[in-house]
Design a protein around this ligand. Sequence first.
Ligand code: CS2
Length: 496
Amino acid sequence: MEIPIQLNQANLQEVGSRMPVPKYKRAADTSGIVHIGVGGFHRAHLAYYLHQLKNDNAAPTWGICGIGLREADTKLQNIFKTQDHLYTLMVKRPDGKIEPEVIGSIVDFKMGITDPEPVIAQMAAAETKIVSLTITEGGYNFNPNTGEFNFDNPDIQHELQNPDDPKTVYGFLTAALKRRRDARLPAFTVLSCDNIEHNGDMVRKMLLAFAEAQDQDLAKWIAQEVSFPNSMVDRITPVTTPADIETLALNYGVADAWPVTCEPFIQWVVEDKFSNGRPAFEKVGVQFVPDVGPYEKMKLRLLNAGHSVLGLLGALHGHPTINACIEDEVFKTYFRAFLDQEATPILGDIRGINLEDYKDSLLERFANPNIKDSVSRICAESSAKLPKFLIATIHENLATGGSIKFATLVIAAWCYYSDKQVDQNGQPIETIDAMQDELHQAAEQTTTDPLAFIRQESLFGNLIKNERFTTFYAEVVHKIYKDTNIKKYMREMISI
Ligand code: CS2
């Protein structure tokens, strides 16, 4: 076999004979955007939009400096060093075709945990205009039940006492914004790209709570000067597998240690309020709107919640991927019934969007057989996702007398799965959740106290006090514990 060529700047021309490569000059001083949390999603989304703009010569002075705030980011840092921050984006089409392209919009990467100073300096530099975030739903440090900032987090306590040694996004943002204020530089925009309703408002509220505890004057300046656009982001980005790396090496002769795979669909709807300028993203299809709220709600309560419905029930049944779930007629019908009967009624009208078409398109996207999005990715960090994606919908339907049965079965399945950590065939389920131990401890009491799992107030709020919910939940959780055949109950529910 021919030895694959290493992806890096020096080899770019040769790689270019095998797949599209950046058409623009790359330089480390073009980094108007500092991005925290360079996971697969960022590399398939914001970095891709900027790459397209740069290819069209519409953003020559813009670039991205990635920031890692977690130990685990060291892997990416090392790979980026070898590859000059280049990576391959592999778009996977439903017909089996893969379209790889080398993305060059990330030009630098810095780790904040070992040495915070260069990261603060980068964020405080005059050239930095936007600090964007994909730090996951769990990264915002709020109590999901109250929506208030969690001051109990030891890292937050540490950085409140040691402002020069930040650990979390809040410590870094305040340290950098303080320097900008002292240097009379304009504030940067904080742009959240995470799946949280009102993500900009949320990060504003959290940052101000933190800053007020640290420095009241600074908090006032931040409140006046920093803008926090809300945004709805969308592109399904599965976890990269060894097979993806191999496909690139074997079929394209390119060695990339961490390519990113994604679906063809991409969407970004953003509020156009940037305190210090922005690239002309509208030229590559980004939608700028005055109020992103309805779009966010639609996406979180249909797409993300739909993922969780399929993911949790699918994990228990033993389906490995979301497309395998959709291939199963019972799962497909259940998914659509949940969308139609429980998620849609609370959305109301969304200007310019036909919800039926939107739901049809979700079915098509989820069915993409080439994407193989694992249910374990969807189930990961359910404790941070479900309160926003699914439990909020249960609350709203209880208030209006709407249907709750489809979502309730998912909660009962989540309980069983957290307790036993095996699927209905006895195969282990991989559970990845910051609250894993708490979830397990609550769930394992179910046989003696059927409502134990939903007594976790930080996740379920006051659902425990709602008799309609508790009666139905107790019934389904009891059935699952007696006989885990999840499809039997799914069938029952769709036929009623
Ligand atoms: C998924 C999302 O994490 C999840 O549970 O629903 O990652 C989803 O794939 C993206 O939000 C799609 O835009």
